[in-house]
Design a protein around this ligand. Sequence first.
Ligand code: SF4
Length: 347
Amino acid sequence: MRVDAVAENLLIWYDAHRRRLPWRAEPGAPAPDPYRVWLSEIMLQQTTVAAVKPYFDRFTTCWPTVTDLAFADEAEVMSSWAGLGYYARARNLIACARAVMRDHGGSFPNNEEELRSLPGIGEYTAAAIVAIAFGRRAVVVDANVERVASRLFAFAEPLPAARPALRRLVDRITPNERAGDFAQAMMDLGSGICTVRSPKCMLCALSSDCAALVQGSPETYPMKAARRAKPRRRGTVYWIERDDHVWLIRRPGKGLLGGMRALPSGPWTDEDPGVAGAPMPACWSDAGTVSHVFTHFALDLRVLTTRWTADVAGGEWWPIDQIEQAGLPTLFARAASRAIADREQER
Ligand code: SF4
């Protein structure tokens, strides 16, 4: 492999074919604001570019600077994040913006060590901010970059154990100049050309240096250790209705979906919990089941509905015809849709 040629060829390709994304600088423009790089990188974790774009636009319109976000109303930020999933990211977003204000005078630090000490910023995000926003050399390795590197070097050790070695290989091909462009070029190549299935090697700027292509089966890289099936849990969610309003609660600040507005629900356990944790003894109707897959487990949630006339302590009565504005996380939004569909059928 011609190590220097990899960066050179990739950057030539990138200059002609880079993706235009709202958080990126235009060609020839100064490096983007670290706030925008950080925000986009947090949003892009486990999430597609297409899903992130409207959220990024909304956040940068409502909170154009890290200072604005640091002083934002927490509930409003959580509601604006609703639907993007992995809600710990939103809680860390607020905590990080406040730490940048408190400990760094409102400016993101320009080195990986200090960035990694901020809430929610790990090795990858710190390296991406340093390379893209500050133009300094850093080794940026996400899943796309891992895939490209494993194919370039035909690196056969399976993930996740291969991660440190793959990082060293990416280090070898990262140039001293334009490390931010190089990182974004690797991401673009991984997302559009060196894809998981059917890589488009005929169009690839790195094909003359790719060991997996020489072997003839690039899609077999990266190798992966066998996965264990996710455990499945069961739970019950309650749709309590009064005068065209539904009762919503706010989940406790810590834990899964913490701080988010939600329908009340009971415990999530290995066995069907029935009506354990029901907010009140009522005559419940079964509206069906919705499923959702979290990082560590899959969940089947039975949706029980009732009409109620008395007051309920805590929470709020939310107009059903405005349920989309409640900022419910995807799981509860699905449960609400199930209950509403059931309600329409009854009429
Ligand atoms: S030649 Fe094919 S496998 Fe190799 S880096 Fe390019 S797209 Fe990926």
